[in-house]
Design a protein around this ligand. Structure first.
Ligand code: ADP
Ligand code: ZN
Ligand code: ZN
Length: 728
């Protein structure tokens, strides 16, 4: 009898019978409620009391695909997030292995070179009447491995249509060898670290042995990445492996290039921008130890790694590390747990560390290194405010910002304009009767998109025809406010000769488009880039010397206690894109509230004061990191069902709490979510907080089981969010 973790939303394992002995960590195909599912054998004692058990249909792994350490890590994650273990393991596996396929070696030789044993004249005599093959053969060299992509780009073969076929023929004749590329030498840094960098690196090295967390707080462009590179270099020299997590795919590209430059083919990626076969290959190589660096977005935290020596989490403050639906985990937090399980050090880096991490550094839980100067020649940009109370804007742009952009164009320098809103205008309304276009599935306003001339809901994705006139009083409609498209249009009118590039999710839909767009920015083709938060993070563009922030006030008066932190991080991060090359950078921030204390700290780029005041506020309010949160979310088709369900949830919690004597825990009342209806689901939430994390989890462990047993139907769904990062 074996216990199997099955990918279904139930917090338990299921027992099956098997003729053969199956090791924990092996994938098996099992019958489950009229379906066949892929589950994973887990080391949980089967329940002997049950008589009737179904048989395993098929054992998919000859050797377990999941090691005992990884199984322990997945189990810990499931327990911490109170999420079904079957779903956790399912999310952790590469997509290919979620299906009923056997493990396979994807490591086919991918590189080509001339066969060095056959002299050239002899080889050429073997290619008769095939000029294209001859051409292809001559474009390769002995001893130099090229992959297919590289061969395709060679000018000598630009007129050959079927390169792959040609290579196959040459390989069959033995003239070309298909092989693996040797990893090559590790290339050292050619410059010298500045004193702050050297100190940080020696701090990291000094604490070398075993698990500990090191936080690098280094302003934008201070050379944090260079420190990661050197720390990683040392591990690779020993033949060990390193896991590197970044928040966004858009950041992997640039980082991969820098990493490959130094570490060659040891670098392997894992994120949704690469295809499933490539993800499987990374998984395979990570697991057998041949991938030196595994670089990926949040789900890479689950990669099995044979000889893990170190973990790096870049931009650790970034909210994208939090998975916001399904299995809601925080990849940075899991990375820290993972480092402790493997007993290896972990480096977190950021220009604007999260309040949580900095608090841990202050309390001595993390080691801290600080970099206050930009690396190399560059300096921090100068930030100035444009007071919107005194300067009226023209379609979002103030006269000061317009003239600054004009100067940029005259001097052939690049500008980034940041506005965290896609589309043309966030509101379509009637100036006469105040009618506003709303989504019929959500309680939200519709955003006007000029490119498609449609009204779009940014919550459910539904789009609507744009009415010519107000449906209530037949006046003409007015589009209020600005998004990226409107700013792009205004710039086009103001600067007809400039090349303007929009950088948002509507324009960049694929990894390829992303790559091309980044190339266009780096090569200087784009004069002005108008972008959402996508553009604000981590990029190292050397030609940008002006950043304009169209509207800094979003979020200044939000009810969410994390809003000031998010605002500060956004403004400082996007400002940090300015002046990273040789020329000094400037930042213009348009705001109605230049006197707001947080704005003042942004202007002074004063993280320390910002941290202090945030910390004091949170301490007084008893919110994280001074307490732990869990948030129940319920969604229902009928409004009253969800609320009723959540009231039952609360009752169960209250009575458990009364019997368990956990004084630190407080259960709030169920409330409507800030956006009450999305995609025809009514939404409610219930907040639980505790000054002691352990108490919270003790309660939740029992609570979640009792909630799971409440009869439920298709018209209601619920979830539990541990350490929620947003309250919507
Ligand atoms: P961060 O990761 O903190 O934003 P980077 O590591 O990307 O900073 O460094 C910013 C720029 O400075 C990069 O172009 C990098 O190559 C360069 N750089 C980093 N360290 C040094 C150094 N010690 N000397 C000269 N240039 C450096
Ligand atoms: Zn009207
Ligand atoms: Zn909608």
């Amino acid at each position: 009898m074996i216990s199997v973790a099955v990918p279904v939303p139930l917090r338990r394992t299921f027992d099956y019978r098997s003729e053969v002995d199956i090791k924990p960590g092996s994938r098996v195909l099992i019958p489950f409620a009229h379906r066949h599912l892929v589950g994973v054998v887990v080391p949980v004692p089967p329940d002997k009391s049950v008589r009737k058990h179904k048989n395993v249909i098929h054992v998919l792994d000859d050797r377990p695909s999941i090691s005992p350490t990884m199984l322990e890590f997945y189990t810990w994650s499931a327990n911490y997030y109170h999420h079904p273990i079957g779903e956790v393991i399912h999310a952790a596996l590469p997509p290919n292995l979620r299906k009923a396929v056997k493990l396979y070696d994807p490591d086919t030789p991918e590189y080509y070179m001339q066969n060095s044993d056959i002299p050239e004249h002899e080889a050429l005599s073997m290619i008769t009447r095939a000029p294209k093959q001859e051409q292809l053969y001559s474009s390769l060299s002995k001893g130099k491995c090229l992959c297919f992509d590289e061969i395709q780009k060679l000018p000598q073969v630009s007129d050959i249509r079927n390169i792959r076929g040609g290579l196959q023929n040459l390989t069959k004749k033995g003239l070309v060898i298909q092989t693996h590329r040797p990893a090559g030498d590790l290339r050292p840094f050619e410059g010298t670290l500045n004193p702050e960098q050297s100190e940080a690196l020696s701090n990291i090295k000094a604490a070398e042995q075993g698990f500990h967390t090191h936080l690098i707080h280094g302003i934008t462009g201070s050379g944090k990445t260079e420190i990661y590179l050197q720390a990683i270099h040392d591990c690779l020299k020993q033949g060990q492996q390193v896991l590197v997590l970044v928040p966004e795919i858009s950041l992997t590209e640039q980082l991969v290039e820098r990493f490959v430059n130094r570490f060659g083919d040891r670098v392997h990626c894992y994120h949704s921008g690469i295809n499933k076969a490539q993800r499987y290959r990374t998984w395979w190589k990570a697991r057998n130890g041949t991938a030196g660096v595994i670089l990926g977005t949040r789900s890479a935290v689950f990669m099995p790694i044979l000889d893990l020596a170190r973990i790096v989490v870049d931009e650790e403050h970034d909210l994208s590390f939090k998975q916001m639906d399904g299995f809601r985990y925080h990849a940075r937090d899991l990375a820290i747990k993972r480092a402790s399980l493997h007993d290896v050090p972990i480096i977190l880096g950021s220009a604007t560390p999260s309040i949580e991490s900095m608090q841990n550094a202050h309390s001595g839980k993390y080691h801290l290194s600080t970099l206050r100067k930009r690396a190399g020649e560059a300096n921090l940009p100068k930030i100035q405010f444009v007071d919107l109370r005194q300067q009226p804007t023209q379609h979002g742009l103030s006269p000061s910002l317009i003239s600054a952009i004009r100067k940029q164009l005259e001097n052939s320098q690049q500008t980034i304009l940041y506005i965290n809103r896609r589309g043309y205008a966030p509101i379509a309304e009637c100036p006469n009767c105040k009618w506003r276009a709303c989504c019929d599935r959500c309680d939200t306003y519709l955003t006007y998109h000029k490119t498609s001339n449609r009204l779009c809901c940014h919550y459910c994705g539904k789009t609507f025809e744009t009415p010519e006139i107000c449906p209530q009083c037949r006046s003409g409609l007015f589009f209020r406010g600005a998004g990226t498209q409107r700013i792009e249009e205004s710039l086009g009118n103001l600067f007809p000769d400039a090349s303007i590039l929009r950088f948002d999710r509507d324009r960049i839909r694929s990894f390829r488009q992303l790559r091309d767009t980044l190339d266009a920015i780096n090569s200087g083709q784009a004069d002005i880039i108008v972008g959402t938060r996508m553009i604000s993070k981590g990029h190292d563009f050397h030609g940008v010397t002006l950043v304009g922030i169209i509207n800094a006030d979003q979020g200044l008066f939000s009810i969410d206690f994390r809003a000031p932190e998010q605002l500060f991080q956004d403004l400082l991060q996007v400002s940090g894109r300015s002046g990273r090359g040789q020329d000094p950078g400037r930042v213009f921030i348009q705001t109605h509230h230049p006197d707001n204390p947080y704005m003042e700290m942004v202007r002074n780029q004063d993280y320390d004061s910002f941290f202090e005041s945030c910390r004091e506020e949170r301490k007084l309010a008893h919110v994280p990191p001074f307490s732990s949160f869990a948030l129940w979310r319920v969604e229902s088709r009928e409004r009253q069902d969800g609320f009723r369900f959540l009231r039952t949830v609360k009752q169960y919690g209250d009575s458990l709490l009364a019997s368990m004597n956990l004084a630190a825990v407080k259960i709030m009342d169920p409330v409507d979510s800030p956006i009450l209806r999305i995609d025809e689901w009514h939404r409610f939430q219930l907040l639980v907080n505790s000054t002691t994390r352990a108490h919270l989890h003790q309660l939740l462990k029992h609570w979640v089981y009792s909630v799971e047993s409440i009869p439920n139907n298709q018209k209601l769904r619920w979830s539990l969010d541990i350490d929620p990062m947003e309250m919507y």
